[in-house]
Design a protein around this ligand. Structure first.
Ligand code: 6GU
Length: 231
């Protein structure tokens, strides 16, 4: 998968994307991530990427020209390699990111993520350039950069060969709409607090039954909504 990210804060990305599993995924060529400074696509002499809203009102609006120019340039540069691209705008107005949406988006070979800002973005970007608007939840952030990183992280771990076998097995249990069962490591007793005896039994069948039961109990307690809907 190739991910292009268009942003006015390009420096925000390296500390997050060049660590841990995402770093390894890039090293293994499972994903290529490119960060683009929106200002580089502004032909305005002051490299302006925002302007006042028509009709008046507070705040600024992101201008359409630099965003169209960035996306069109990226599409034309990649079209021989990757014919189909999905353009995603990160905005609180978008469809809420869920594991189901992540799975769908992880099937694409090429994503262009646009990080929204200010009071808004020229409506023509939404209408004529963007394929899908995505939000990461019902709260307001200062911009689309953190959401773009959240989305990238969520998709990259779904790509084949990115997680080890152990992790992918763990992941399977979330697929059943259940929260993870309680985990313990050594010591078997800590500050007088014991590890559940089932886990120390060495009986795999018994352990499996205990984990399923605890996962269900925990889901009922903390997230009963998950038991009702598909993931
Ligand atoms: Cl994608 N952008 C902003 N600014 N705030 C958000 C969001 C996106 N998703 C949740 N809150």
């Amino acid at each position: 998968m190739r991910i292009d990210i268009i942003t006015i804060f390009p420096k925000m990305f390296a500390p997050v994307l060049n660590e841990s599993i995402i770093k390894r995924a890039q090293g293994k060529r499972k994903v290529q991530i490119y960060i683009h400074n929106l200002r580089d696509y502004s032909t305005d002499k002051h490299k302006k990427i925002d302007d006042r809203p028509f009709g008046g009102g507070a705040g600024m609006v992101m201008r359409p020209e630099p965003i169209f120019s960035a996306v069109e340039t990226l599409k034309s540069k990649t079209k021989d390699l990757i014919p189909k691209t999905k353009v995603i705008l990160l905005t609180p107005q978008g469809k809420t990111l869920t594991q189901r949406l992540a799975k769908k988006l992880s099937k694409y070979k090429h994503l262009i993520l646009i990080c929204g800002h200010y009071e808004g973005i020229d409506e023509r970007v939404r209408r004529y350039l963007v394929d899908e608007e995505v939000s990461i939840g019902d709260y307001v952030l200062t911009g689309g950069e953190l959401p773009a990183m959240v989305l990238a992280d969520c998709l990259i771990r779904l790509l084949p060969g990115v997680l080890g076998d152990k992790n992918s097995l763990n992941f399977e249990s979330f697929e059943g709409n259940l929260l993870e069962y309680p985990q313990y490591t050594r010591p078997a007793e800590f500050k007088g607090l014991p590890v559940p005896k089932e886990l120390l039994s060495g009986n795999h069948k018994k352990i499996e039954i205990w984990r399923k039961k605890e996962a269900l109990k925990r889901t009922k307690q903390k997230r009963p909504d998950l038991l009702k809907k598909g993931c």
